[in-house]
Write a protein that binds this ligand. Structure first.
Ligand code: AR6
Length: 178
């Protein structure tokens, strides 16, 4: 599914984030930038050791923020490592921290003149964020940003399962009345 938000395109696809041809892909990282499973493991495996070497130099990233490295051997020139919250009960700042992970990623994209960016569904795997709530936050945060930042020409969400794709599609239709 794809919709236009102001001057930008917002796309949903089912697939693997490591195979995207956007200028940047976003990693669902941890605050130590130490690597792990899920998206993080897949990105470091596909991108090679250069990415971890840069992460080590940076040292870490607070939850709700993001840092940028090169894309190593990936098609994408950059990896933006965003740190989403571990979900507890939704009353420990999780919504704001999740929104922050997306906002920071977009801000880094703008600062680095990146025009196309692909996101995974941050925090909805190992970190346990209920996916419907996470999708509402993810999509509304990105829509808000695109409305005032036409320099981002394409924002794409890459969903790893058909279920996740359908859920994001439902939420995007609700948010845009598409
Ligand atoms: N492409 C797109 N989406 C994927 C892929 C992929 N290759 N692999 C998994 N997903 P997770 P988190 C989906 O666990 O919840 C790591 O160990 C997956 O189905 O990757 O933010 C880090 O080091 C889920 O919907 O990230 C952290 O310690 C979503 O991506 C921690 O896990 C996010 O799942 C971060 O946990």
């Amino acid at each position: 599914m794809e919709v236009r938000i102001n001057k930008s395109k917002l796309e949903l696809v089912e697939g693997d984030i490591t195979r995207q041809d956007t200028e940047a892909i976003v990693n669902a990282a941890n605050s130590r930038l130490a690597g792990g499973g899920g998206v993080d493991g897949a990105i470091h495996r596909a991108g090679g050791p250069q990415i971890m070497a840069e992460c080590k130099k940076i040292g870490g990233c607070p939850t709700g923020e993001a840092v940028i490295t090169s894309g190593g051997r990936l098609k994408a020139k950059y990896v933006i490592h965003a740190v989403g919250p571990v979900y507890r009960d939704g009353r420990h700042g999780e919504p704001e921290l999740l929104a922050g992970a997306y906002k920071y990623s977009l801000k880094l994209a703008s600062e680095n003149k990146i025009k196309s960016i692909a996101f995974p569904s941050i925090s909805t795997g190992a970190y346990g964020y209920p996916i419907r709530n996470a999708a509402e936050i993810a999509l509304s945060t990105v829509i808000n940003y695109l409305n005032s930042h036409p320099e981002i020409e394409l924002a794409r969400f890459v969903l790893f399962s058909a279920d996740a794709y359908v859920l994001y599609e439902t939420v995007l239709k609700e948010l845009t009345k598409a």
